[in-house]
Design a protein around this ligand. Structure first.
Ligand SMILES: [Zn+2]
Length: 128
């Protein structure tokens, strides 16, 4: 009985996206939002959580596997980028150039230094 059900589910899932990292992230975020919504008695959070759960279900059942894979790949890229930025916070400080608004990364712990913007050449003195 159990094996037959498993077989049916497996057959049903052929050609569908199934679970992936983006789906799992949406699922857990929705779960947390739902608990927060119930706990704070804030129904908007619950509604958002339900939408998140529906989206996660949509991803699992979606037959447009190519598009879902592409979305997941972009999501993983963003996560990787954020992780890299977070790890850089410990060793580097980021300043915004007043001339061109470009972000400049300088190593931490070098005392007061003069920073020259590589884009527009504007100079500023900052503590690192
Ligand atoms: Zn600049």
């Amino acid at each position: 009985m159990w094996n037959k059900l498993k077989w049916h589910i497996q057959r049903f899932m052929i050609g569908r996206n199934g679970r992936d990292e983006l789906e799992l992230a949406v699922f857990y975020a929705s779960f947390i939002l739902y608990i927060l919504g119930v706990w704070l008695r804030f129904s908007l959070l619950e509604i958002i959580a339900w939408m998140g759960l529906l989206y996660s279900l949509f991803r699992i059942l979606s037959k447009n596997v190519y598009k879902r894979r592409e979305e997941n790949r972009r999501f993983l890229q963003k996560v990787q980028f954020l992780k890299l930025r977070l790890s850089m916070r410990k060793t580097h400080k980021i300043y915004c150039c007043k001339g061109c608004k470009r972000k400049i990364r300088v190593p931490r712990g070098k005392g007061k230094i003069e920073i020259t913007c590589p884009m527009c050449g504007k100079k500023m003195i900052r503590r690192t």
